[in-house]
Design a protein around this ligand. Structure first.
Ligand code: MTE
Length: 318
């Protein structure tokens, strides 16, 4: 790792690396394949399924969500992760196994008819489960294509019965520094928080992934519940959610708390709007060694552009 210290006023690994160096390093890693990764000291790890509601997998694939590209190989997608609670490298499989996910209490609160706390397993079993193939585009200019299993977020919104004044859904990850050593790094604004507008949360594409590759989702990918909003940069897709709060206040997200001039609330993918320090025009498809053009809304404009039609003047793409 190039970064030894990581403070609020410093930058995450890729951000602190000149873009060309950073992209080149990723290309090298992607081109190495599993054996090369080990030789390079980067250990690809096996998916460690959470085992939660295991009888639901594999689920029936929903034909409405297919892809224009090959799926990322399972061993690549499950061993190249961002999960800062367990460290700032991409190789956090091993430390992430320390996370206790059974039991997993999920709180639904704020502007709802009735606040509840429910175990993740009970919640998942109440939801309409399917499998969907989604693109996944990180703000760091890499991408994957992943077969998630899970349920539409709008099913959870309906289950929660928000009050009419609720405008946003705030989602929060656990805070357990004893299990997640990254959370001992006090300069980060833990817990990880993300948010969507209620209209976004009710969009058909907004999804809670509980599984991947036909199995319960492994810890490093956000067991037992993580968001998947494929038209937005990956940092919006908060992992290991413990709390869904309905509110009339726009939530302040983890990355906004770190660098508001670089990471905003909407964070919709747009190749024409560069990150302040690198281009978003193309992306490296992890595991293939190829770069491809990035698409507006990550290719999901037909499903989501409508959500933003009256928001001219807002920073929709950062
Ligand atoms: N959620 C939590 N709780 N902590 C994180 O560090 N990283 C985000 C997002 N969700 C993150 C998180 C980022 S930057 C990305 S790109 C995706 O998770 C990565 O998801 P993946 O590891 O499943 O590919």
């Amino acid at each position: 790792m190039l970064i030894k210290r990581h403070r609020g006023w410093e930058l995450p690994e890729n951000h602190a690396t000149p873009e060309a160096v950073f992209l080149n390093r990723r290309q090298i890693v992607a081109g190495l394949g599993a054996a090369g990764l080990v030789a390079a000291g980067i250990r690809p790890a096996r998916a460690q399924a959470s085992g939660i509601a295991a009888e639901l997998y594999p689920a029936k694939r929903n034909p409405a969500y297919t892809l224009d590209r090959e799926l990322t190989e399972e061993k690549v997608a499950t061993s190249y992760n961002n999960f800062y609670e367990f460290g700032t490298s991409k190789n956090i499989v091993r430390p992430a196994q320390a996370l206790t996910i059974k039991p997993w209490q999920v709180k639904i609160d704020g502007m709802v008819e009735k606040e509840i706390t429910i175990d993740a397993e009970d919640l998942i079993r109440k939801m309409p489960i399917d499998e969907r193939l989604y693109r996944h585009r990180c703000v760091e200019a890499w991408s994957m294509a992943v077969p998630w299993t899970g349920f539409p977020l709008k099913a959870l919104v309906d289950f929660a019965k928000p009050l009419s004044g609720a405008k946003y859904l705030r989602m929060e990850t656990f805070k357990r520094p004893e299990e997640a050593s990254g959370q001992k790094q006090f300069w980060y604004p833990w817990p990880y928080v993300e948010g969507l507008s209620i209209a976004e949360a009710r969009n058909d594409l907004a999804y809670i992934a509980t599984g991947v590759y036909g199995k319960p989702i492994p810890k490093q990918m956000g067991a037992p519940l993580r968001l998947a909003v494929p038209w937005k940069y990956g940092f919006k897709s908060v992992k290991s959610i413990t709390r869904f709060s309905f509110t009339d206040q726009k939530p302040k997200s983890f990355w906004e708390g770190m660098a508001a001039d670089e990471y905003g609330f909407w964070a919709n993918v747009n190749p024409a709007v560069a990150h302040p320090r690198w281009s978003q025009a193309t992306e490296e498809v992890i595991g293939t060694g190829k770069r491809v053009p990035t698409l507006i809304y990550n290719g999901y404009g037909e499903q989501v552009a409508e959500l933003y039609k009256d928001m001219a003047g807002q920073k929709l793409f950062m």
